[in-house]
Design a protein around this ligand. Sequence first.
Ligand code: UGA
Length: 502
Amino acid sequence: MIWSRAVLIGGIINISVIGSGYVGLVAGVCFAELGHNVILVDNDRAKYSVLARGECPIHEQHLPKLLARHRGKRLSFSSSLHDAVLASEVVFIAVGTPPANNGEADLSYVESVAREIAGAINSYKVVVDKSTVPVYTSDWVRHVMVLNGAQPDMFDVASNPEFLREGTAVTDFLYPDRIVIGAHSLPTSNLLRDIYRPLCDGSYYQGLSAIPVPQGAKLTPPLIATDTKSAEVIKYAYNAFLAMKISFINAVATICESVGANVDHVRDGIGTDTRIGKRFLYPGIGYGGSCFPKDLSAYRAVAQECGYDFRLLEEVMRINDDQRQRFLHKVRRALWTLKGKRVGVLGLAFKGGTDDVRESPALAIIESLVDEGCEIQAYDPAAGERAREILGTKGVRYVDSAYAAVESADALLVLTEWEEFKSVDLARVRELLRYPIVIDGRNLFDPETMREHGFMYLSVGRPDVPLKEEKVRRQRRRTRHAVRQAEEARPGSRLANITAEL
Ligand code: UGA
């Protein structure tokens, strides 16, 4: 094993990260933040030029600031994997592992990167899987590299799964609950330890420019050193467990709806037990995103290959799919027929705080409503553009505020848990909506407050707030009066149409 002494001086390590998607970009930028020299590699010319221009291609808190801090200093970009590998001791593979048709993870990008790395090795390297991959991937990477000419004693393969959430990826990286390193040998494990040393010994947190500590964060995270297969299992088991928590509470919410119980109280009742915990027990329209749906299918496929029928995972996925259908059923229950109805939508992203719409339950629900003849007015603080690329404009109008989304709509649907939505002016929403109907797929609002504002309010796992017919009549009288006054003040204005409608 040949260690380049120069790279280890002062604890600074030369790293390349292959793939600058969510994981690669955040990891690369954060490695630079920890003091290492990083080359981010991407063969997607468009993405490469966005980064090279100094722009941030994703909506991620703190990322633009860190990119600006390190670009051209410790952080550089390259489209040449070969050159980057030559200049590095540690090469992280962070390319995509999309789902194949049979539910397995498609590892062809990982394989082709492994081939290319093999062709570029000129001195000892540690190659690290950071992409979420099935068990045995590190063995396969090693095998492919040897087949493609890499000397077996000139490299080692390790696994270092990531646990980043979109939207909080930077703080998740810099203030992790733990770091997991899977390696075959102590020197490899120690090299990876060195990369994370500023976090594990707490020196990063003492720096004046450190990204501020998020609430409840652990300082000096534990580092779990294990073998590569255990590290690979950790990542899949972890995502499967989190998804199971969500499907569990969604199933409980369904029971609550049938018996008239309140899932918020049930969550408090069970979540206060520290063995269970309240986090990640929020019911809704189901999980989405680029991780859970793909990773659960892949984990199930891995289990099947190992001869184990992991039916629990199948049920987790089934409950998740059912949540969308159950929500659509609520919309029909509130609006009766859907053809020709105008529906205001808050939220397009798969969750709040991100512009990512991959596997977003919001898009699936909108597609069904458009198929049934609804006209959608949708607002999302960040994901409008990305949603438009997928949904197009047939039946969907993308607007730039929550109030524009609800204007003259027959009902409002809440589909993403953005913090911003919690502070909308409910009285104004009530005035702008054609009918005071809100169907909340994320339980963002308090049912009592919605009742006070005169809404019919349906949420997930909590008792419905029915329509107060008297309040509706009063509101419509008030609206008619206001319209008449406005009409007198501005003859010929757009309000003339509303008067006709009333
Ligand atoms: C998830 C994990 O939380 C990360 O730790 C992991 O590293 C990442 O996958 C990955 O494998 O790369 P992410 O997909 O960014 O992160 O999003 P989450 O915050 O986990 O949310 C996933 C989905 O579950 C969202 O649609 C969200 O709305 C939904 N969710 C979450 C609920 O419906 N209820 C909850 O209580 C929590």
